[in-house]
Write a protein that binds this ligand. Structure first.
Ligand code: MTE
Ligand code: MO
Length: 347
């Protein structure tokens, strides 16, 4: 299989990571998935000109230079980023949006500063409830709506990062150079790229990207009334073998990754018989709070035939990944075991 990005649209650029590249704990920048609502800036903004504006419900509005941010205490955090719509094309019932399979997710080591350190400098007011992020990407289409998203103040103060480094390199242009927000463990939509302004608010930001999308709702219902997507849902993916692969009898090494956003992963079980029996997979590689856990299972198979392989994650609270995803109009958060099963042929 060719190890190339699967491009779903060029303008805006939406592309998923090839499955073999999901087999390492770190997803390389060159193949990290791309998800954009707008036009990626055509060239890197000059760091001399760049400013980060912090305003709204603050005693001390700020215009920070890049150099000031670099001189603040540094944080290095691994985080699995996933697009809310990842897995959408694997749903049994169609849903509108980019046809992601499993490559709308990746894990990276980000370097930057804690958002709380920046917000504290601006002295948040007591009425602050939400923190809105605005990027410098240009809207596409006639509506011309900017991608602005807000997250609860608690999340901003407890576990959010402003990243300028990704996997040991300056944040690549496509991924938000020079600075992006990361609500750790939350879906990509909460992680605004090309950050230029942070506004503290006494309520959630209102706008298309807050009210009409990134909400979980059913047919005939108003998007606004649906729940906003936040933490990644508990999920496991199988990265080896690939769907429909033909393999010889003998040991088959099954590889995968499991993640649960803010919840740690405790176990992954695999089934080769349609979910009748389950066996524990073994974790391999690093174990960090907001990062996925890589796992493997060595399957000794002697009998030829077609097999369905399933993986099911259990989080630190003992909650299990659902056997079937709960469907919604925009197809967000597909974490069904069945939806992510693969079939292989042994001969
Ligand atoms: N400024 C800006 N930030 C953005 C977006 C965008 O279109 N513009 N897309 C969001 C969505 S929906 C996702 S899934 C992630 C994708 O991040 P990546 O392209 O670095 O993988 O960025 C988020 N941040
Ligand atoms: Mo997304």
């Amino acid at each position: 299989m060719e190890n190339k990005m699967r491009i779903m649209s060029e303008r805006p650029l939406n592309a998923e990571t090839p499955i073999p590249s999901l087999r390492s704990w770190i997803t390389a920048n060159a193949v990290f998935f791309d998800r954009n609502q707008s036009e990626i800036p055509s060239e890197k903004i000059s760091l001399q000109e760049w400013r980060l504006r912090i305003d709204g419900e603050v005693a001390m509005p700020l215009d920070m230079t890049f150099d000031q941010i670099l001189r603040m205490p540094k944080a290095i955090v691994s985080n699995t980023l996933e697009c809310s719509g990842n897995g959408r094309s694997l749903l049994a019932e169609k849903a509108t949006g980019n046809p992601w399979t499993i490559g709308g997710a990746g894990n990276a080591v980000f370097g930057g500063v804690w958002l709380k350190d920046i917000l504290n400098r601006a002295q948040p007011g007591l009425t602050t409830k939400h923190v809105a992020f605005e990027g410098l990407d240009k809207p596409l289409g006639s509506a011309g709506v900017k991608f602005i998203r807000s997250i609860p103040f608690d999340k901003a103060m407890s576990s959010s990062l402003l990243a300028y480094e990704m996997n040991g390199e300056p944040l690549p242009l496509k991924h938000g150079y020079p600075l992006r927000a990361l609500a750790l463990g939350w879906t990509g939509a909460n992680c605004v790229k090309w950050l230029q302004r942070i506004t503290l608010m006494d309520r959630p930001f209102e706008g298309f990207f807050m009210d009409k999308v990134y909400r979980v709702y059913q047919k005939g219902k108003a998007p606004e009334a649906g729940e906003v997507v936040t933490s990644l849902k508990l999920k496991s993916i199988i990265t080896q073998p690939l769907q429909d692969e033909v393999l010889p009898t003998g040991p088959v090494v099954i590889l995968g990754a499991a993640y649960g956003g803010e919840e740690g992963i405790q176990a992954v079980d695999v089934s080769m018989d349609g979910g009748r029996s389950w066996k524990a997979a073994e974790f391999i590689g690093p174990h960090e709070t907001f990062a996925w856990r890589q796992w493997q299972f060595v399957w000794h198979v002697e009998k030829e035939g077609a097999y369905t392989i399933m993986a099911r994650a259990t989080d630190a609270r003992g909650e299990q990944q659902p056997m079937n995803a709960s469907w919604n109009v925009l197809g967000y958060g597909n974490n069904g075991v069945h939806e992510h099963a693969i079939t292989v042929r042994i001969r």
